[in-house]
Design a protein. Structure first.
Length: 267
């Protein structure tokens, strides 16, 4: 890490928590986010990347989904129309307890897309994802890799309304919000998705797995490269895991660099 990077991190209050350090002697992973047990330690060696060249592909619409008239309507919307539809959505019980819907925020042509699980109390009050202490930590994480909210970054959630008591969203709730997220991603066309936490990861990947088992790999969401790391809310209560999240962010930067160089390479 360059001296300039150290100065930036120091100014952001991220030193020394965000320094890379030797984790070979660390104990096994603590319980996974959302209280799930059984995580295994992430391997120090980062898995082989499975990224292909070219532009990020359009999100594919499943044939079964396209037969649903509501989904078909959503898939024809632009971002302002989707936001308007979300604001008036009554498709799942979460609308009964929400204060504000939380559509997403940022650069609508961003290369980086960060996806969390759902709004918390602060987000429900403000109508914006990742605010309060959790939002400050995410902003610091972005700054540490020279990114900034709203500049080549878009932030969204799996569900657009707050689950009561900050519980995990239920399958019906995810299913009703899923077309909105699919269409957002299709329109934004990110080069890389960062799934923040287990709930986001398992719902995007459509398979159950721990965050620890998914870290250090380039996965795929409908043809778009995806990396999994810990949710900032989890990191606030598990400070030792910040070093692992920093490794994930460095891996994401390297992956993005590879994607950009592949896109620019002559055919």
């Amino acid at each position: 890490m360059s001296a300039r990077r150290d100065e930036i991190l120091q100014e952001l209050g991220l030193m020394p928590l965000w320094r890379l350090r030797d984790t070979a002697g660390n104990a096994s992973e603590t319980a996974a986010e959302s209280g799930a047990a059984g995580d295994t330690p992430a391997q120090p060696e980062l898995a082989k990347r499975e990224v292909t060249g070219g532009d990020a592909p359009q999100v594919r619409i499943d044939a079964a989904m396209s037969l649903d008239p509501r989904v078909a309507d959503i898939m024809r919307m632009d971002l302002p129309q989707i936001k308007e539809s979300v604001a008036s959505c009554l498709s799942c019980p979460l609308h009964k307890t929400r204060n504000k819907t939380v559509f997403g925020v940022g650069d609508e042509h961003a290369e980086w897309l960060f996806v969390g699980e759902g709004p918390g109390a602060d987000e429900d009050a403000k109508g914006e994802p990742f605010v309060g202490q959790v939002g400050k930590l995410l902003d610091n994480m972005l700054a540490a890799i020279k990114l900034k909210r709203g500049e080549n970054v878009y932030i969204a959630n799996v569900v657009k309304c707050r689950p009561p008591g900050n519980r995990d969203p239920e399958p019906l709730e995810v299913a009703q919000c899923e077309p909105y997220l699919h269409r957002q991603i299709e329109l934004i066309k990110p080069k890389l998705i960062i799934a923040l936490g287990k709930v986001a990861a398992v719902n995007l990947l459509k398979r159950d797995a721990s965050v620890a088992s998914l870290r250090g790999k380039v996965l795929e969401y409908r043809g778009i490269p995806m990396i999994v790391t810990y949710h900032p809310a989890y990191l606030l209560g598990s400070l030792p895991e910040k070093a692992k999240a920093w490794i994930d962010l460095c891996f994401a930067v390297d992956t993005m660099r590879d994607l950009q160089s592949r896109q620019q390479a002559p055919i």
